[in-house]
Design a protein around this ligand. Structure first.
Ligand SMILES: [Zn+2]
Length: 331
């Protein structure tokens, strides 16, 4: 049984290739964080090593060992703690490993978790392996930042896109598989933006929703704040960005969701709102802002995201954003 939910196109493509014995030697799974890229990669690793007729069975020794992370032919390669990138020595080690026959299974599987993290040297070395792939080796690259992956690497892999899941699928999975009550499942499904992995993690780790609450409170407060407070916040964001790009990108997505909700309410609808647990604060803000202000700031947020991708000075980007954030008029 495939653990991977939804994405029927991706799963159908891989199942058909498996049945026809025509799997590519290298895949690139592209999709937002927590959408299920690693789950699908592990499904594929189980499918090529499964001992049953209908693969992946999920029950044979190979499937179980892969699920437990104990199969000696399936390796996940990511950034090591002491480095910012996946290094050439990690790729060299994989090359040596790949040149030996599988130890206990039929196929060696190397999963690169974060293809955008490959250093230039590491990517060039991997390119050689992708050009002359050893037999019985499957390489799966995962990325949520395809634009940061070397184009020559992308061209050597079969690309599989994993878009966010429909909100309904996330909600039903949470209620049916994880026994989450309807109200919480609805909130998590909407906030997850269709990334099931995040929603599942949030059911087990209350800290994720608490962190979201903190961020939304800060955001809601900024609309009333003066320039000094906003600039202090911009400096804080720039500092955080230097430590974790992903963290600040997530925050910007949260902001875009918030302002999109304001626009939806301004248009007199409430159905597709993401932050369903904040309807009263959102409605209050929507009443005091004009549609032009909301649309204008959504554009500013999208610009900010684009400038950060182009490596603009983060402090300047956040300061401009703060300058342009509409000020809520006292009602
Ligand atoms: Zn199996």
């Amino acid at each position: 049984m495939w653990q991977f939910m939804g994405h029927s196109r991706a799963r159908t493509l891989l199942s058909r290739s498996l049945e026809a014995g025509q799997l590519s030697h290298a895949y690139l799974f592209v999709g937002p964080p927590h959408v299920g890229k690693l789950t699908l990669a592990l499904d594929l690793a189980r499918a090529v090593n499964c001992q049953a007729d209908r693969v992946p069975c999920g029950e044979c020794a190979a499937c179980r060992r892969i699920a437990e992370g104990n199969h000696s032919d399936v390796k996940i390669i990511g950034r090591e703690e002491q480095h910012k990138v996946i290094t050439i020595s990690q790729v060299r080690e994989m090359d040596n490993d790949a040149s030996l026959p599988p130890f206990e299974g039929r196929c060696k599987v190397f999963i690169f978790d974060g293809a955008e993290l490959l250093s230039q040297d590491a990517a060039n070395r991997l390119l050689k392996t992708l050009e002359e792939p050893p037999s019985n080796v499957l390489i799966i690259l995962l990325t949520s930042r395809e634009k940061d992956v070397l184009p020559t690497i992308i061209s050597r892999c079969q690309r599989v896109e994993l878009p966010p899941l429909p909100i309904d699928v996330v909600r039903e999975t949470l209620t049916e598989r994880y026994m989450i009550d309807d109200e919480k499942a609805e909130l998590l499904a909407r906030v997850s933006g269709g990334c099931l992995g995040w929603a599942i993690q949030a059911t087990q780790d209350g800290g994720l929703l608490e962190e979201r609450d903190r961020r939304l409170n800060a955001l809601a407060g900024l609309v009333h704040a003066g320039l000094l407070e906003r600039f202090t916040y911009a400096a804080e964001l720039a500092n955080r960005f230097s430590k974790s790009r992903e963290d600040v990108e997530e925050l910007l997505s949260l902001w875009i969701q918030w302002w999109r909700d304001l626009l939806i309410l301004k248009c007199g609808q409430s159905g597709p709102v993401t932050n369903v647990d904040r309807l009263s604060v959102l409605s209050g803000q929507a009443d005091t802002l004009s549609t032009e202000q909301i649309v204008g700031f959504i554009r500013r947020l999208q610009d900010a995201r684009k400038y950060l991708e182009q490596n603009a000075n983060p402090r300047l980007v956040f300061e401009v954003l703060m300058l342009n954030m509409p000020q809520e008029k006292p009602s």
